[in-house]
Design a binder for this molecule. Sequence first.
Ligand code: SAM
Length: 207
Amino acid sequence: MTRLDLEAVRTAYRRQAASYDYMFGLVSRAGRRRAVAAVNTLPGDRVLEVGVGTGLALPYYTAGKRVTGIDLSTEMLARARARVASQGLTQVESLLERNAEATDFPNASFDIAVSMFVASVVPNPRALLAELRRVVRPGGHILFVNHFVAASGPRRAIEHGLAPLSRALGWHPDFAVSDLFGQDDPPGVTFSPVPPAGIFTLVHVRR
Ligand SMILES: C[S@@+](CC[C@H](N)C(=O)[O-])C[C@H]1O[C@@H](n2cnc3c(N)ncnc32)[C@H](O)[C@@H]1O
């Protein structure tokens, strides 16, 4: 898989910021709702949302959570900030321009980290996972919702066919579970397909 670099990510989401909610918001809504519903049931109130984007998920957190959102893209964050202000989302504590692979937060700063449609975008998904393990306290939880390349069949062929467009799309259509976890079955990790279409998967990692 050819990786996107940080500048390619910034460029892609600078271009997409204005249209993102219309182009991608609806198709991914079920995954976002499912992930935040899971976050809301977990113990602990300190939540880190990485790659918060335009903040589409922010209204779904219950008032008992305290959410920090980070993103690389100034333009996506500006939209998230406007959403927080216009909807009065008091559960959002801060929105910061930071790299999810190297956040600068102290160890164990959060009870839960959640990454929605970001693992297939970041330059180094395993560095993202390692960073989330570092900033989530032992016993905490890390959730991903993402598209993963199909194991076989026509969908896999299409996803591999789209892979050369990764830079323009701003994500990797051929992103595989092994790109995040390596080749071995990861211990303490559960995978649940997100209905209705099952294109996205919710991944739960016990820290
Ligand atoms: C597909 S969008 C998902 C946005 C949001 N999570 C959602 O559910 O709509 C990917 C987001 O990840 C951000 N991103 C990509 N790489 C990043 C990184 N290394 N650090 C922080 N944010 C990153 C992009 O700027 C973009 O806003």
